[in-house]
Design a protein around this ligand. Structure first.
Ligand code: F6R
Length: 613
């Protein structure tokens, strides 16, 4: 997860920026860079690796504690495509502009082609450099910097937090935000900008949180903010956080912070891994699959807990996209069962931590008999070292025991894997692949919008928090989501919950249903399964259960039931529906647990990484 820091004031900017980036290190990164304004000129310094590599380049200035810069911007980048190189590290420069960016520019291919036609020369492979060139072009046309920022933001599509410096307007940091967090820290004769509050806490506790669509012009003495071309006031808050609360980004628990991190985590997992123009999938880390993809006869997905639920979703991607039969197994079962497969098999181990003993055991027991791939969030973890190849999710550190953002990024990684195999096996038309890729880039914004259901979920949680048993129902790709919703609720609230395929309910669980049993139904928009699930829902309703419907069906689609609670999330694509429909369930589990006073981040009897059998 990338980090952003900016400073303008009377102090030496260098240690402030480096200190800010250090405070964001917990987010994970693999390169970093600074732009410092010195005597009206901008100096860019970038390095791969950890911050000490960047610091080495400033050794002389740090030794005399003087960089003679009182303005600058800094960035830590977590590369998601290819090697993390210095050229791809931020800040990116174009003419008089230096710019850093968190987020994803969805239409960068078109913009880049257009800018190249106009004579812009690109040095990096990043989407960010497009914004730098665009801004520079607009400034060179004579627009004032605020207008140039407005027009640049109007031209880019996607999620972003931008910090830009115009060499010809020293003393100003220009900021823009859409679906990616950014805050301003207020000082006396100095101001700070950052992606996250810990970056500025050493210097100020007066924080202004920017909202989507905000543009800001920050100088040492003034902060101007506008939205839709109109000046706006954003409330100043004083944060009184200790370092741990700061890492939680002001949230009460890591779990809820991580739920709200998901838009960024998914953007980071997607970044650089496809071409929007052609629908091509770029996963150089899967080069070892190029030769075997065509002859694969079988894929086996293994994992535990939430990762196993991700595998169940992965089966749809592999079978629908790549047309390869796919089995899903609990790692703990798979490893002790006769494994009847030949060498044209791909075994994929899915694990957030990469240390889960059963998943590691599953990979070890097939080694040398099948091709193995790990989908993992932790670089260099044991499972990654054992597998032939690794496809990293880029969720950033997941601290809460209950897995949330890891699950969403696993779904994205599995979808990319399905598309990668489909492309190599010619099982999907390029236009279909392009349409799916195109939908994926809307995922980060879709997630931000879906999480807006939180207030509605809180009021439902208040009504249901005292229930002792919950049933979660879903069909098709919503069945794994029913399992995941039930797991999340039981592990952090200690309330018994079961996930079931909606069509199986009448084969047993229906006997449990009465007025005391909340039933959460995940209802996808796809017409056939929508109708089938709806008829199961009527059976539940007829038995007096309290029904919660979570759906992405259009508002005018009649439910024809007197459902107690309906939660609607936006629809982005059939493939992304499970991810978005799962978000209210994460929030429901979280708020029910908080209301029941449990230790949300460290639930009883559970460990983040299960290294025993
Ligand atoms: C549930 C949860 C666990 C893990 C499982 C696998 O919220 O966190 O079920 O998903 O222990 O862990 P990893 O993914 O680290 O292998």
């Amino acid at each position: 997860m990338c980090g952003i820091v900016g400073y303008v004031g009377g102090q030496d900017a260098l240690p402030i920026l480096l200190g800010g980036l250090e405070a964001l290190e917990y987010r994970g990164y693999d390169s970093s860079g600074l732009a410092l304004v010195k005597d009206g000129r901008v100096e860019i310094t970038r390095a791969t690796g950890k911050l000490h590599e960047l610091k080495k380049l400033f050794a002389a200035q740090l030794a005399v504690a003087k960089s003679s810069a009182t303005q600058g911007i800094g960035h830590t980048r977590w590369a998601t495509h290819g090697r993390p190189t210095e050229t791809n590290a931020h800040p990116h420069c174009a003419g008089r502009v230096s710019l850093i960016h968190n987020g994803i520019i969805e239409n960068y291919v078109e913009l880049r082609a257009e800018l190249e036609k106009q004579g812009c020369f690109f040095k990096s492979e990043t989407d960010t450099e497009v914004a730098a060139h665009l801004l520079n072009t607009l400034l060179e046309k004579g627009l004032d910097p605020r207008e140039a920022m407005r027009q640049m933001c109007a031209a880019v599509r996607g999620s972003y937090a931008f910090l830009a410096i115009d060499e010809k307007t020293p003393g100003h940091i220009f900021v823009a935000k859409n679906s990616t967090p950014i805050i301003i820290g207020k000082g006396q004769g100095e101001n700070f900008v950052a992606s996250d509050i810990p970056a500025v806490l050493q210097h100020t506790r007066r924080i202004v949180v920017l909202e989507d669509g905000d543009l800001a012009d920050v100088t040492a003495d003034a902060i101007y903010i506008e939205n839709g071309r109109k000046p706006v006031e954003r409330r100043e808050e004083t944060v009184s956080w200790d370092p741990i609360t700061a890492q939680k980004g002001g949230y009460k628990h890591f779990m809820v912070k991580e739920i709200f991190d998901q838009s960024q985590a998914v953007a980071d997992t997607l970044r650089g891994r496809f071409s929007i123009e052609t629908g091509a999938i770029f996963l150089p880390e899967l080069a070892g699959l190029e030769a075997v993809a065509k002859r694969l006869k079988r894929v086996i997905l293994v994992g535990c807990g939430t990762a196993w639920h991700a595998c169940l979703e992965g089966k749809f991607f592999i079978e629908n996209f790549a047309k390869i039969p796919c089995d899903v197994d609990y790692a703990s079962e798979f490893r002790y069962r006769p494994q009847l497969f030949d060498s044209d098999t791909l075994v994929v181990a899915v694990s957030q931590s990469g240390e889960t003993l059963d998943t590691l055991g599953a990979i070890e027991c097939v080694k040398d008999r099948a091709t193995t791939l790990a989908i993992c969030n932790v670089v260099g973890a044991s499972i990654c070292r054992r597998a032939d190849m690794v496809l990293y999710t880029h969720a950033g550190p997941e601290i809460s025991v209950a897995s949330t953002k890891a699950f969403s990024t696993q779904l994205i990684a599995l979808e990319l894997l399905g598309l990668f195999l489909a492309e190599r096996r010619d099982t999907m038309s390029p236009s279909t692949r392009r349409a799916i890729v195109e939908s994926m880039i809307h995922a980060p914004v879709g997630i931000s919008n879906a999480l807006k259901v939180e207030p509605a979920v809180v009021s439902i949680a208040k009504r249901l928090a005292t229930a002792r048993d919950f049933l979660f129902l879903g069909r098709g790709t919503c069945y794994p989501i029913a399992l995941e919703g039930a797991l999340k609720l039981k592990e952090i609230s200690y309330i018994h919950a079961e996930g079931y395929p909606a069509g199986e309910m009448k084969h047993g669980p229906i006997a449990l249903i009465d007025e005391s049993m909340p039933v959460v139904v995940i209802l996808q928009r796809e017409k056939t399964l929508f109708e089938k699930t709806l008829s199961n829902l009527r059976e539940v309703e007829a038995r007096g259960a309290k029904v919660v419907v979570v759906t992405d069906a259009p508002e005018d689609r009649q439910l024809g039931i007197a459902s107690d609670f309906i939660i609607r999330v936006p629809f982005v694509s059939p493939e992304l529906s499970p991810l978005l429909l799962n978000l209210p369930l994460q929030l429901l589990a979280y708020h029910v647990a908080v209301m029941n006073g449990t230790d949300v981040d460290l639930p009883q009897n559970l460990a983040k990484s299960v290294t025993g059998e």
